[in-house]
Design a protein around this ligand. Structure first.
Ligand SMILES: N[C@@H](CCC(=O)N[C@@H](CS)C(=O)NCC(=O)O)C(=O)O
Length: 266
């Protein structure tokens, strides 16, 4: 089963709590600003961008397992949605029940995974490939992270999963995660507030959802949280998690918890 969500722009999601963000009314992103006065160059760029993307992008995404008709808990999908939101592009979400995958899903992605986005009449799978394609087709505002910084923080997700799945408190998985977070903390102290300095870029949009999953899953399953000594990591998470685009596209905590359960139990 799939649920197609189209709707009018809504500002409610930016201020609403986690349980009401991205419900079935809010999926077409407003273009341009919100009544703010923009510099001429930015107005032109946005006007051009809006023309280039008159048709909403179609995005296939995981459906919530706790609230039908709502966006689910896939960090790769959130990364893609954050990119689309930060580029001010309109989009329609097609929610897919991953526990009962429809045939059409395999027709557009034989792997049967989401996210999948239709760019120039072609379905593209995998968040890496999708975000690169979006950057090429919609270069404004530029979001690419320079190559020498693109892998900053990239081992945090795998070490988080290792620790989450671990049943032996002395197997070193917690320390492996702490080592990655400590190295990220040192980097952010010298280079922040974002990975590429002052402006958010693709590396942040990829890492942010993964840190969100880490916080919720480790908090729930291991009563663990990022140590206060890693203050730059904590500040970074706070900044990313409070971005309007993040609030609008984040998963419900219940979905994140339910989504990781098989890995914890397995
Ligand atoms: N490398 C892919 C991973 C996508 C992925 O694993 N998606 C999960 C949901 S978060 C999925 O569709 N799982 C369905 C399945 O594995 O059958 C990406 O970056 O887009």
């Amino acid at each position: 089963m799939a649920v197609l969500l189209r709707g009018t722009p809504a500002v409610a999601a930016a201020t609403a709590g986690p349980s009401s963000a991205l419900l079935a009314t809010t999926f077409r992103r407003a273009r341009g600003g919100c009544g703010r006065l923009l510099p001429a160059a930015l107005r032109l760029r946005r006007a051009f961008g809006a023309r280039a993307s008159a048709q909403p992008l179609e995005v296939c995404a995981k459906e919530s397992i706790t609230v039908p008709g709502r966006l689910g808990d896939c960090p790769f999908t959130q990364r893609v949605l954050l990119t689309i939101e930060e580029k001010h592009l309109p989009y329609d979400l097609k929610l897919v029940d991953l526990s009962n995958k429809p045939d059409w899903l395999f027709a557009i992605n034989p792997e049967g995974k989401v996210p999948i986005v239709k760019v120039e009449d072609k379905w593209i799978a995998d968040s890496d490939v999708i975000t690169k394609a979006l950057e090429e087709k919609y270069p404004e505002p530029p979001l690419a992270t320079p190559a020498d910084k693109a892998s900053i923080g990239s081992k945090i997700f795998s070490t988080f999963i290792g620790f989450l799945k671990s049943k032996d408190p002395s197997d070193g998985t917690e320390q492996a995660l702490l080592d990655e977070l400590t190295s990220f903390d040192t980097y952010m102290k010298d280079n922040g507030p974002f990975i590429n300095g002052g402006a958010v870029s693709t590396a942040d949009l990829s890492l942010g959802p993964k840190l969100y999953h880490m916080e919720i899953a480790l908090g729930h399953y291991k009563s663990w949280s990022v140590p206060d000594s890693l203050s730059h990591v904590k500040q970074y998470m706070k900044s990313i998690f409070s971005m309007d685009s993040f609030v609008k596209t984040r998963a419900l905590q219940e979905d994140v918890i339910a989504g990781w359960r098989p890995k914890v139990m397995g």
